[in-house]
Design a binder for this molecule. Structure first.
Ligand code: ADP
Length: 541
């Protein structure tokens, strides 16, 4: 027997229809690839997304087909992904920062039939096109005036397609039909595809609006600096439509001066980005003495947020940092650091001890930690083990079944993170299971060491890896990149760390390096660092 309520399928087209009908005039502002500031609104984006859907049908695309994008956060990208999902297709956002071979692998593995791409990537696409095995049509996301005079590709012009199309209806698919596709970064092995459904995206968007999540509403002006190809810009283009927020996007720009001006000029009150972006922004503000205008909250995730960053935002800019944790496999939200009432009333320094944690689980995300024997561990904030998750927006299997069965018998997905859980529901990551340093049978958290080290004067960025040690198996090696114009010494950093970490966690060596390698989504690339230093002889060895 079923309940007697309506069966209203949760489709992403309903999000954009809602925004157009109830919040039609709300602005969508983007810095464009042509160098302008472009203004539109939800009504127009909905109309043009319907034209994209019609144009795709005209090009022969069918429900279930993958249509790829290589694009920055702009109104055209938002229209394209609603248009693709709205005609029943799968919006496959490709990360343009991946290596050529990875992009080729991903596009061919996904069997993309059409590619929408920004002017920025014309050289990239021309270079890779001979290796793409399934792409039939190339759509350049620009207007007639900016189409190149010559190209090795048979290019379609986005604005011409949109102008020629008649906006027609959305394709009514089942709510469990695929809407989007995003590949994991694949630091080891080939990238794997996570195929989001309409239902998972809509449920995730509703959870992301809530007060203890992004606290978004029609009065919010939100700037997702996290790109749409990085786990759906953390769902902001869906979330903003669900609540009718004003959407502000930086297009191809990630440099602090441009982002700063955009945030201030547009009255952004919520912005979302990885720690590296904010590191650059804080340094820029330190240099220029600028402020962040109307900005009230920054949601930061993707890597651990150092205590010093939370304090700098609080004390220098009056901006609240809310940490979040997630994965491509989780659409991406798992936890968010909005304070539990028990924590909000604590003295500042004690509250900070909770704010450096990754946050509390959202409704819709179940979490547990298990030990090496597979048994559940207590939620006491001390016991740590492998973090498992399950819920309606968490991956069930990878695209095309890659990697086989990824859930255990009870439906839990292993995140690859090692974490603690506490009685208020806070989760804290100890480390990625492959990054943790195993010293004399005990574990040292590379994340904790990095977070402590970036607080040292003159340090811009820090990375810690385990290096072979004849007695202890592994010991920590700290690599440090200096801030512009600063001079950092090994002795200085070690003296700073003294008293802030357990004595036996003290790095066995500190190297000052010119640069640290990052993944295509801005995380420290530990695999490469471990490779670089695999024969490094510690002074203590
Ligand atoms: P990408 O972000 O490169 O697409 P993933 O989805 O694989 O890659 O990244 C997910 C991983 O990022 C998590 O499993 C976790 O290890 C790390 N991560 C995300 N947010 C945080 C955070 N706030 N603190 C620490 N680690 C984080």
């Amino acid at each position: 027997m079923a309940g007697t309520m309506q069966d209203w399928p949760l489709l992403v087209s309903k999000l954009i229809d809602h925004a157009a009908i109830n919040h039609g005039d709300r602005e969508i502002v983007s810095l464009s690839c042509e160098g302008t500031t472009h203004r539109t609104n939800w009504r127009s984006v909905n109309d043009r997304a319907r034209r994209v859907a019609a144009a795709l049908r005209g090009l022969g695309a069918l429900p279930g087909d993958r249509v790829a994008t290589l694009a920055w956060n702009t109104w055209r990208h938002v229209e394209s992904w609603y248009g693709i999902s709205g005609m029943g297709g799968v919006a496959h956002t490709i990360n343009p920062r991946l290596f050529d071979d990875q992009i080729v692998y991903i596009a061919n593995h996904a069997e993309d039939r059409v590619l929408f791409f920004d002017l920025t990537f014309i050289g990239l696409v021309e270079r890779l096109a001979p290796r793409f095995t399934t792409i039939e049509k190339y759509v350049l996301l620009t207007d007639h005036a900016h189409m190149p005079a010559q190209s090795s590709l048979d290019l379609l012009c986005y604005e011409e397609l949109v102008a020629a199309a008649t906006p027609d209806g959305w394709t009514q698919v089942a709510e469990n039909a695929p809407a989007g596709l995003c590949y994991t970064s694949g630091t080891t092995g080939n990238p794997k595809g996570v195929q989001y459904s309409h239902r998972s995206n809509v449920l995730h968007a509703m959870a992301a609006c809530m007060t203890d999540t992004f606290a978004m509403g029609a009065g919010t002006t939100v700037c997702p600096i996290a790109p749409m190809y990085h786990a759906n810009a953390w769902s902001v283009p869906y979330t903003a439509a669900a609540c009718g927020a004003k959407l502000v996007m930086g297009g191809p720009n990630f440099d602090p001066p441009t982002l700063h001006k955009l945030i201030v000029d547009e009255g952004v009150d919520l912005a979302l980005a990885v720690p590296t972006i904010w590191l650059g922004m804080l340094q820029h503000l330190e240099k220029t003495g600028g402020n962040l205008g109307a900005l009230k909250t920054t949601a930061i995730g993707g890597s651990a947020v150092p205590r010093s960053m939370i304090e700098a935002f609080d004390k220098l800019h009056g901006v609240r940092v809310v940490q979040l944790w997630g994965m491509t496999e989780m659409s991406p939200l798992g936890t968010i650091g909005s304070p539990a009432p028990e924590v909000a009333s604590l003295p500042y320094d004690e509250e900070l001890n909770y704010r450096v944690k990754q946050g509390r689980g959202l409704f819709g995300v179940e979490m547990k930690i298990i030990g090496d024997d597979g048994a559940d561990l207590p939620r006491d904030g001390r016991a740590f083990g492998r973090l498992l998750v399950r819920g309606p927006w968490i991956v069930g299997s990878y695209f095309k079944g890659d990697g086989g069965d990824i859930l255990d018998a009870e439906g839990w997905f292993d995140t690859g993170d090692v974490a603690t859980l506490d009685k208020y529901g806070y989760m804290q990551i100890v480390d990625r299971s492959k990054d943790v340093i195993k010293s004399g049978g005990e574990w040292i958290s590379s994340i904790d060491l990095e977070n402590a080290a970036v607080g040292a004067p003159g340090v811009a960025e820090a990375a810690v890896i385990g290096v072979h040690h004849p007695k202890w198996d592994e010991r920590p090696l700290l690599l440090v990149r200096e801030k512009d114009g600063a001079t950092v010494t090994k002795e200085g950093v070690l003296a700073y760390l003294d008293g802030k970490i357990a004595k036996w966690w003290m790095p066995d060596d500190v190297l000052i390096v010119a640069d640290l390698p990052h993944t295509a989504t801005g995380k420290l690339l530990k695999t490469e660092l471990r490779d670089r230093y695999k024969d490094y002889r510690l002074p203590t060895a």
